[in-house]
Design a protein around this ligand. Structure first.
Ligand SMILES: Nc1ncnc2c1ncn2[C@@H]1O[C@H](COP(=O)(O)OP(=O)(O)OP(=O)(O)O)[C@@H](O)[C@H]1O
Ligand SMILES: [Mg+2]
Length: 205
């Protein structure tokens, strides 16, 4: 079982949106997926409760219990565990980073978001775990996308080749317990998510 956590100290960077979308994309490609929601805000849990399907499974756990929950998921023959995390959770974030195979740091293409990635990168590097960036909620074709890529390149971590664009479909799908690949399967948002998932899967193999 491969374990991927989405982590950033910045609230609203797109962690939960990417977690649920990665989980559904993985499930749709035939994986056995558990989402583990370690955020006390429980956004991913609420999404799971709004769903009409049982998969991916959504489990809620305190960050401190993550290692045990991962053991159970492995025993249940899950092939991917996708972990959502709380913003501003420094000691927990470090613990989570040490428990997974890959940390994904979502970053919106704004100055405040870019400034906030440094602490997530520090956590990833201290944990000795591979880390990657994903540009999330990007205004369509904005020059900030390229500028953000240049700034993030200084951290010497891979950056997902596909950007996730700011699209209403993402918010609408999540609000109704779905993912864009279920809500609008042939839409642009669904295409971005499939490319992202295939790339993330390569990063963790
Ligand atoms: N690609 C996108 N297109 C449109 N809206 C988006 C996109 N990504 C995120 N959002 C919206 O931005 C807001 C924050 O996203 P999300 O909840 O995924 O961030 P988060 O990092 O999990 O936040 P928190 O730190 O509070 O847990 C939500 O309202 C969500 O619907
Ligand atoms: Mg969240």
């Amino acid at each position: 079982m491969k374990k991927i956590a989405f982590l950033s100290q910045k609230g609203g960077s797109g962690k939960t949106t990417l977690v649920v979308h990665a989980a559904v994309a993985a499930h749709e490609s035939g994986e056995r997926v558990v989402v583990i929601d370690t955020d006390p805000q429980k956004s991913a849990t609420v999404w799971g409760e709004a769903r009409s399907q049982d998969e991916p499974i959504v489990a809620t756990a305190a960050a401190a219990d993550l290692p045990q929950v991962l053991v159970v998921a492995q025993q249940e023959q899950m092939t991917f565990a996708i972990v959502d995390t709380a913003p501003h959770a420094a000691p927990d974030a470090a613990r989570i980073a040490r428990a997974v195979d890959l940390v994904v740091i979502p970053c919106r293409p704004t100055a405040f978001d870019i400034a906030a990635v440094a602490s997530a990168v520090d956590i990833v590097k201290a944990a000795g775990v591979p880390g990657v960036f994903v540009l999330s909620a990007c205004p369509f074709r904005s020059p900030e996308i390229g500028e953000t890529r240049i700034v993030l390149a200084d951290y010497c971590l891979p950056i997902a080749p596909v950007e996730i664009i700011d699209r209403r479909a993402f918010a609408r799908a999540v609000a109704t317990g779905r993912a864009v690949t279920e809500f609008e399967s042939d839409g642009k948002a669904a295409g971005e998510i499939r490319i992202l998932w295939n790339w993330l899967k390569e990063q963790v193999q």
